[in-house]
Design a protein around this ligand. Structure first.
Ligand code: ASP
Ligand code: MG
Length: 426
């Protein structure tokens, strides 16, 4: 069995869905294909604003949610009222859900998952209907019955035992054979616990597909993207990118950790654990060869890889009494970072100070600095860029830094990391 994942950009219009259906059709085989789909286009961003308490001006956004999905549905199957009726009934359920929620701050995370999950429910309802009408017999599966999490809303942690049991109950070979379907279509990103819907974190659909691939013992997983494969840099920030044809699992995990956005950081591990290869292919040129992440010894072709994290802040933390930074200081600092949930992208210790590079999340940074200032002296620089270069050469580093001052630098045998002021406009 193979697992495919299509993200929001691959299903953001009727034409895009047609293209997706074409790709699915050309890969049908003896066994059903499991297809995981995200919300259409930027629907998740829109839904975030419809969580109770977030915005008072919701009627226009609600209207937008409706017209966007109805337009796509009608664009796909013009003369079929049953699909329009299905979409309308789901939107009615959405309204009922929103109305039933208590808009208090304490319930925000729970409310978020109940509301935002409708993006994936809408997209898969439309696409399943379309695939069936296109002649591909498709079973719509509710991911909330397949992926079970704990009660960390907005970032559910998978209960692997329960998920494995649920997958073999609902999607075992016997069940699928009985259904006689060619495709099982399900939602990315969403899951459930005992109390309702949960989600796996923004951009979590890759992870959903990997969880299913692991639990179903898939032979491979393929992510269909708007880039030709796994590139050595984000084409938004870098010209002349090189496609990496083969990437070892651990390399992909490192790259996702440093911030490579092509795959969600949690995605690779469940695949690696079962030795399932991950292909990254282009939905724009589906026939061309993409990238493979798997049991390889080294990346191929060998080339420097660049990861840019923008909008970074560098905090330098110094003892108030101008003494050395000691282990007890570090313990306090790490305790605070952990308590506030601040992710450190790079850190460095010297005799007199401890420095951390973090994302500029104004609320979080404000609280962190305030708490730190009650115990330490704190200096900070903002508007910075954290650059990670794997397989660097000095020439490559110089060409990236140019004449910017380097505020922090760390170098290992394979990886160079630099914190520099952002270039104008970045
Ligand atoms: N729709 C969700 C998001 O936009 C999940 C995903 O696309 O992976 O974050
Ligand atoms: Mg997405």
């Amino acid at each position: 069995m193979r697992v495919f994942k299509f993200g929001g950009a691959s299903v953001n219009s009727a034409d895009a869905v047609r293209n997706m259906a074409h790709i699915v059709q050309s890969h049908l085989g003896a066994e059903p294909l499991v297809v995981v789909v995200s919300a259409m286009g930027k629907t998740t961003n829109l839904l975030e604003k419809l969580v109770p308490g977030v915005s008072s001006e919701t009627s226009q956004l609600r209207q937008q949610l409706e017209s966007y999905h109805l337009d796509i549905a009608k664009g796909l199957i013009a003369d079929d009222q049953s699909l329009v009726a299905k979409v309308r009934s789901l939107l009615q359920q959405f309204d009922d859900t929103v109305a039933s929620l208590n808009p208090v701050a304490d319930d925000y995370n729970y409310n978020y998952d109940q509301v935002v999950s409708y993006g994936e429910l809408l997209s898969t309802t439309i696409i399943a209907h379309y695939l069936n009408s296109y002649g591909i017999s498709t079973l719509w599966a509710d991911a909330r019955q397949l992926i079970i999490t704990d009660d960390h809303y907005r970032e559910g942690r998978v209960d692997w035992e329960a998920t494995r049991r649920a997958c073999s109950k609902h999607l075992s070979a016997e069940v699928l054979q009985k259904q006689g379907c060619q495709v099982v279509l399900t939602q990315g990103f969403i899951a459930s616990n005992n109390h309702g819907t949960t989600t796996l974190g923004r951009e979590g659909s890759d992870y959903s597909a990997a969880i299913l691939a692991n639990c179903l013992g898939a032979e491979s997983m393929t992510i269909w993207k708007d880039v030709p494969g796994f590139l050595n840099a984000d084409p938004k920030f870098f010209h002349n990118t090189v496609k990496i044809r083969q990437i070892p699992y651990n390399e992909a995990i490192e790259l996702a950790y440093y911030g490579a956005s092509v795959i969600h950081p949690k995605t690779v591990k469940p695949l690696q654990n079962k030795g399932i290869p991950l292909f990254v292919n282009s939905f724009v040129t589906p026939e061309s060869e993409g990238s493979a992440i798997g049991d390889f010894h080294a990346i191929s072709p060998e080339t420097p890889l660049y990861i840019f994290r923008n909008d970074q802040i560098l905090l330098s933390i110094l003892p108030r009494d101008y003494s050395f930074i000691a282990e007890d200081n570090l313990q306090v600092i790490f305790g605070l970072l952990n308590e506030l949930g601040v992710r450190v992208n790079l850190m460095q210790n010297s005799a007199l100070s401890f420095s951390i590079c973090i994302d500029n999340n104004p609320q979080l940074v404000g609280r962190l600095v305030e708490r730190l200032k009650s115990m330490f002296r704190v200096r900070y620089n903002d508007n910075l860029q954290l650059i990670t270069i794997r397989y660097y050469t000095q020439q490559v580093i110089d060409s990236i830094v140019v004449d910017r001052p380097v505020l922090l630098e760390q170098r290992s045998r394979t990886t160079e990391q630099l914190v520099v002021p952002a270039k104008a406009g970045e």
